[in-house]
Design a protein around this ligand. Sequence first.
Ligand code: SF4
Length: 437
Amino acid sequence: MSADESPLPESLPDESAVANTVTDKPLSPSVIAQFVRHDRCPRYLKQKWADDPEPDGREWREAFQLVNVAQLGYGQEFEARQLESLAANATKVIGPDGEDSTQASVPDIDYDDTWAASSEDRSDQLQTAAEDAASLPTDTDTPPYILCYQAPLGGQVGNFNLWGEVDCLVFAPKSATETVDELDLPTPATTVDSPHGSGTEQLATALASNHPQDTTGGTSIVARVLEIKSGKKRKPAHHVQGVIYSSLLEQTLSTDVTPTCRIEASILTQPMAELSDDPYHPLAVPTFQLPEWECYTEPLLAAGGHVETVLQGDLEDLPFAIDRVCNNCEFQEACATYAVENPTTPASLALLGYPPAVQGRLQDAGVTSIRNLSELLPPQRNTDPTEEPPTLDLPAEQQRDLEEILPEPIHETVLHAQALRSEIDPKYPDGSDESPA
Ligand code: SF4
C-alpha cells in the first residue's frame, strides 16, 4: 500500500466539492499516476478504484499482489533514506504518528509535531507551517526550511475529489530560493522534461534559475511539493502526481492565507540523491514546469475526461492489451487469466499485444477473438521460414481491411494466434469443437 492509499480520511476534505460522479470515495493521486504509468490502461483504473466485484470475485490472492516486491521494498527504503537526509537540516519536521522506525522502510526521524486526526486541524497545521516559514531567518549560510512528511491533502481537481499523502512539503522564505541558486549547489545532469517530450539539454543550462519566475510579486514564502522516486528518470506519471498535489496544496492554503505563497513542484530521483554524501537542500532539487503539466493533467480529470469515461464503463467491456505496459502491474495475473480463459471472447485479442484501438478495428473487420483469428488458416504445423507463406482465402474486403490494420503480413498474425491458442485451448488443434467462433 503506497502512502496515499492509506485509509480514507474521516470526512471529505472539501465538503463544498461535488461528489464524484462515479465513485463516492476520493480518488488517490498515486492511482491516477499509476493509470498514466500503465499507458492509461482502463482495466487498471477500473479494477483499482471502482466498486467492482471483479478483484474480489475469485481466488485471486496472488494475482492482486504487487508483482515486484523487491522493487517495492527498495523504493520504500530509498524514500526513507532521503527523508532522513532532508530532515537532518530542517528547522521543524511534521510527520505521521505511530510509525515503526525500526523498519528500513520507515524513516528514523524525531518529529516536532505529528498530523492531527481531523482534516480541519491538519489544514491549520499547514497554514501554521507556512506562517512560520515566513519568519525563518534569512541570514544563514544554508537557508532554513520546514519539512512536512506524508502530508495529507485533499480537495477537488477537475470533476473529482482526491485525497492522498504527498511525500514531502517544504516551506521556506522566498529568499531561500535565491540563496540556494547563489550557492550553486550541484544538480544532476537531467533532461528538461515536458509533456511534449524530453530535451537533451542539461537543466542548469536550460533554465536561468532552478525556480519558476515569480510573476505575482509580493510572494514571501515558497511551498515546494517534493515527490521522492527511486527511479533514475522523471516520468509523466510523476509529474501528474506533482501537479495534483500542487493543486490540492493551493486549495488548502488559499483561504485568506498570509503570507503569500508561491507553489513549486519537483521530483527527487536517484541521480539527485547520489550527488553528494552530505544532506542536500530540498530547494536545490530541480523544479518542473507546473503550467505545462497542468495542461497535460487537467483533461484526464475533467468532466467527460478519460478517468470519468473509464470509471463509468463496465469492466468486461473495457479494452486492454497484455504487453509491456503491464510490467509490474498488480493485476497482471488476473488480466492474463481473463484473456486466456476463453479464446472465443474479444478479451482474448488482448494476448496479441496490439493496442485496444487496433483490437477494435480487428473486430470491425470481423476478427472477434483469438479463436476466430486462428481459424483464418488451417492449423499450420512445423512452419519453416524458408517455405512459401500459406495462402489465405479471405473475402476481398476483409483481406484489404486486415492488410491495413495489421503491422505485419496477415498470415504471420494468424500463425501467432494459432500458437497462442494452442497454449490456452487444450482442444486445439487436434480436438477443436465445431461450435461457432
Ligand atoms: S495487467 Fe495490464 S491490462 Fe491488466 S490492469 Fe495492468 S496494465 Fe492493464
